[in-house]
Design a protein around this ligand. Structure first.
Ligand code: SF4
Ligand code: SF4
Length: 753
């Protein structure tokens, strides 16, 4: 197995026109009693984000449209030499197909070359972006019967494998497909699912901590194999994995006239006159032989699996033998030609090669050709139904892999060929179809009602999604009713710690739903190369959290996510609790340096997204500035330098509270930028905030309150410390002073002696 990475190949590009709207808040109404004093300055009625809405966003979108226009899409690049290294002698790499990017791999068999497999790169046929934003590229070898001969990883950018688990587990994962059939709906199970009893023909073992990536890779393999199966193997339209069987107990003795009358046996009759009309204008000389209404070809067509058809046409013994030979889920179609055996128009006459794919007959469904091959059964007429006219016949076998659905209309077409010209003659073909539509109640249909593959993780992770939904449902009213939240200081502190513990333990380590800049990198790559966002659907918990984070960004700003739902943020808060028992004093970063350092995270963000937009793998390396993969996704089970970096950031956090969040985190930077569009200034302020009172500013460990008392929302983590203070008459300095003044000025009762 080999692995290499490579750049993008030139291909067509696309442009997109995007529009963006921002919502603005109306004036904010304060209920009486919400604030301690009438002069408290409450959420500002000023709309937010005007500059971004009017200037920056259009600029960003114009840049994005430009990138969409100039950047190439992904494409496979294996050439003949590379394929020959994968398929060495005695295998031979044939000529690349003209219509599909598929190479036949040939093998010599009894002196002739036969197709051993069709080889193709998944990225050419099903470029489904992974979580690194680019589609994985897999070399797939598919046998003519739809069996996977081999699957190899050519290139991938799945973050969890790159510098994480390493690529070896991925290589082992794709090796499981060898021997499985593309006609089955293959699902990714849990690790060791097959050993635990999952059907080995339809299940591959997943990889723990890489569930979402393996599902994308499974989908890439199946989707690209299906394209080849349809194009090269004769698979049907959309019935792969569908099991449609004739009901075995339904039998009714009927003669040929009754079957014809019901349309269960169809007849295709072409007269000389009809053929002449079909070839008219093609330059083919009109045949002067025979009367115009003389029959040129006369075929009876019947789907034999239905007992009322098959038993009545073949007789009981022959029908039973045929069904045994066919096996379950395969189909048999009889074509009986009543014309002379040596007539050139007879498609199953003397020139017909037994056991071959008939060159003059074709079965199709939904416009796609269905692979059918003669079964080479003995052509004795003995036992055939009485009244069946004598003639030549063939029974065509349609394999289940073809996805043929006999309960849906299908067509058998006969091709009649004529020659044009005398010296350099040219063959002109015309087809004559006959459609069969059998009643659906003759069949049982069994299709796993499980929808597209991305629905698998949504079903499998339903309990996690429900738990995350419950967490969010608790958080929203709690944050919305801030006064009630902070009324009981101790209860609030306990609630916050419990919530953060859930965020770290459940959302982060268990559900693996740590949001990451890697997703934004994936989005940029999807916008610039693949134009496909389907990869997001394979990680439902993260998608739900992204949706929630975006919604709350526009209402409250970045603090809802960063202060409550970021697992690494929660981990830092817990580590920071150790500072006091360890007697570590927090360092106060000088204001000027603090301001400068805060800009750093925006630079990191620009670097990562810029590299992603340029298609550079540097984006993946730069994304490692996030310690999330090390600390949360892989639970510190990673190589030394990465563990040292993540641990170092946690130690830094003991001295500089949430130093990583405030200065480095590119995800936090992106949230802060979008958070500028928020519609509410929801943290209450008083006229005295900033002048003269500086208590909240001093207490805010994030430095998110300006000396003027203004809240710097892009830096606010919604820790609620300042909200607690302003609602607490025993802490809020102006209220304490006011109370004291009132007490002093209150008239003292005269002492009576
Ligand atoms: S700044 Fe980054 S690490 Fe900190 S809480 Fe926000 S997303 Fe998490
Ligand atoms: S104390 Fe600072 S971080 Fe906490 S809510 Fe107030 S402004 Fe935001």
């Amino acid at each position: 197995m080999i692995f290499w990475d490579r750049g993008l190949a030139p291909s067509q590009s696309r442009t997109a026109a995007l529009r963006f709207h921002t919502a603005r808040a109306g004036s904010f109404t304060l209920r009486q009693g919400d604030q301690p004093r009438a002069d408290a300055h409450l959420p500002s009625p000023l709309p937010r984000g005007g500059w971004w809405a009017t200037r920056a966003c259009p600029l960003c979108l114009a840049l994005l449209a430009f990138l969409l226009a100039i950047l190439p899409a992904s494409a496979g690049q294996l050439d003949r030499a590379a394929l020959e290294s994968h398929f060495p002698p005695p295998l031979v790499v044939g000529e690349k197909d003209g219509a599909l990017p598929v190479w036949p791999i040939l093998k010599q068999q009894a002196g002739a070359y036969e197709v051993f497999a069709y080889a193709f790169e998944s990225v050419d046929l099903a470029p489904i972006p992974g979580f690194g934003g680019t589609p994985p590229d897999l070399l797939i070898a598919l046998a003519p019967d739809g069996t996977f001969r081999d699957v190899k990883v050519i290139a991938h950018r799945e973050p969890v494998f790159l510098e994480g688990l390493g690529s070896e587990p991925l290589f082992a994962f794709v090796e499981q497909y060898a021997g499985l059939s593309a006609k089955q709906a293959i699902r990714v199970g849990r690790p060791n699912a097959r050993a635990a009893g999952a059907p080995p023909q339809t299940t591959v073992d997943g990889i723990s901590m890489a569930t979402a990536s393996t599902r994308v890779i499974n989908q890439s393999i199946l989707a690209s194999a299906l394209v080849v199966a349809r194009g090269k193997l004769g698979f049907g339209a959309a019935n792969v994995g569908l099991s449609v069987q004739a009901k075995p107990g339904l039998y009714e003795p009927l003669g040929l006239p009754d079957l014809l009358a019901r349309g269960w046996v169809k007849r295709l009759t072409v007269t000389n006159a009809q053929a002449a009309v079909a070839f008219k204008g093609s330059g083919v000389a009109e045949s002067g032989e025979g009367a115009a209404d003389a029959v040129l070809t006369d075929l009876y067509v019947a789907y034999l699996n239905v007992p009322t058809i098959g038993r009545n046409l073949l007789g009981q013994a022959r029908f039973d033998a045929l069904m045994r030979e066919l096996g379950p889920d395969n189909h048999a179609v009889m074509v009986l030609s009543t014309g002379p055996a040596d007539a050139p128009e007879n498609p199953v006459g003397e020139r017909f090669v037994l056991g071959a794919v008939p060159d003059r007959l074709a079965v199709s469904q939904s416009g796609l050709i269905v692979g059918a091959r003669d079964m080479a059964v003995e052509r004795r007429d003995a036992g055939l139904a009485e009244g069946l006219p004598p003639g030549n016949w063939s029974i065509l076998r349609i394999d289940q892999a073809a996805g043929f659905d006999p309960s849906a209309p299908w067509v058998l077409a006969e091709t009649i060929v004529r020659e044009r010209g005398q010296i350099l003659s040219e063959k002109i073909a015309r087809t004559f179809p006959v459609e069969t539509a059998l009643p659906a109640d003759l069949f049982t249909r069994a299709k796993p009602d499980d929808g597209p593959s991305w629905t698998d993780p949504w079903r499998a992770r339903a309990p996690e999604l429900a738990a995350i939904g419950l967490m969010l449902a608790i958080l929203v009213p709690v944050l919305a009713r801030q006064r009630g939240l902070v009324a009981h200081r101790r209860a609030f502190a306990a609630f916050r710690l419990a919530f953060l513990a859930l965020t770290l333990g459940f959302v982060g380590w268990s559900a693996q739903a740590q949001l990451s800049i890697v997703t934004l990198v994936g989005l940029v790559r999807a916008a610039t190369t693949t134009h496909d966002l389907a990869f997001l659907l394979y990680d439902p918990p993260s998608l739900v959290l992204w949706a929630f984070a975006l919604a709350t960004l526009l209402v409250w700003g970045r603090g809802t996510f960063c202060g409550w739902l970021c697992p690494f943020g929660a981990l830092q808060e817990f580590v920071a609790l150790l500072a006091r028992p360890l007697r570590i004093r927090q360092v106060t970063v000088p204001a000027g340096l603090d301001r400068a350092l805060r800009q750093l995270k925006y630079g990191v963000l620009a670097g990562i997204l810029g590299a992603a937009a340029a298609g550079s793998p540097l984006a993946d390396s730069l994304s490692e500035v996030e310690p999330f993969k090390t600390a949360i996704t892989l639970s510190f089970v990673r190589s030394g330098p990465f563990v040292a970096y993540a641990a170092g950031l946690l130690v830094l956090n003991l001295f500089v509270y949430k130093g990583f969040c405030r200065y480095l985190c590119p995800l936090g930077a992106s949230l802060a930028l979008v958070g500028r569009l928020r519609v509410l200034d929801w943290i209450p302020r008083r006229a005295e905030c900033g002048s003269p009172c500086q208590l909240c500013k001093v207490r805010c460990r994030y430095g998110a309150i300006a000396p003027s008392g203004r809240i710097d929302y892009p830096e606010c983590f919604q820790c609620m410390d300042c909200v607690t203070i302003i609602h607490d008459p025993a802490q809020c300095v102006p209220q304490v002073v006011d109370r004291k003044r009132k007490r002093r000025s209150a008239p003292h009762p005269m002492a009576v002696t």
